[in-house]
Design a protein around this ligand. Structure first.
Ligand code: HEC
Length: 146
């Protein structure tokens, strides 16, 4: 009788710990699955990627985009977008080099979506829709990395 009571007592006392461990295990999985791990791919959903840029890349739009880039993005992505801004070394993962083929091969819609959503250390841009399209028009003029 007393052995049964002891066993029940241990099980009851161990239950909260087991539950806590289970909850922790499940809570850590989504964080990794969200792509917070270095180099995890970040792909815009199809629908967002097909969205067309409504702002033609005129000289004025590109100039406006550059001003906005220097104000909102340069601190991380660097003056020429190579991912070497003053804050870059403190970020994990590092800010992307926006001149790379890997980035430039993405559609305007995909870049718009990423700038809108942000991920990890990459903030949601505090820009209007037309400002974001202007920044993208500017990104298209970045010289390829050497
Ligand atoms: C506080 C630093 C920071 C600022 C400010 C910032 N970014 Fe980023 N950006 C990052 C980091 C870090 C990543 C990599 C995120 C990842 O892969 O999880 C990134 C990724 C990106 C990507 C995705 C590249 C790819 O891999 O497909 C684009 C596009 C981008 N940034 C554009 C911009 C633009 C445009 C701005 C300004 C409106 C901006 N970022 C502002 C830090 C920043």
């Amino acid at each position: 009788m007393s052995i049964i009571r002891m066993t029940v007592g241990i099980v009851v006392r161990a239950l909260p710990l087991t539950l806590a461990m289970t909850v922790t295990a499940f809570a850590t999985v989504p964080a990794r699955a969200q792509g917070l791990a270095v180099n995890a791919s970040w792909i815009a959903p199809d629908r967002a990627a097909h969205r067309a840029n409504v702002l033609p890349a005129t000289t004025d739009a590109v100039k406006r985009g550059q001003q906005l880039f220097l104000r909102e993005c340069e601190q991380c992505h660097g003056k020429a977008g190579h991912g070497d801004g003053p804050q870059a070394s403190s970020l994990q993962p590092r800010p992307a080099d926006l001149a790379l083929e890997r980035v430039q091969s993405q559609s305007d819609g995909a870049l718009f979506w990423k700038i809108t959503e942000g991920r990890g250390m990459m903030p949601r841009a505090a820009l209007s829709e037309s400002e974001k399209w202007a920044v993208i028009d500017y990104l298209r003029t970045l010289p390829a990395p050497r």
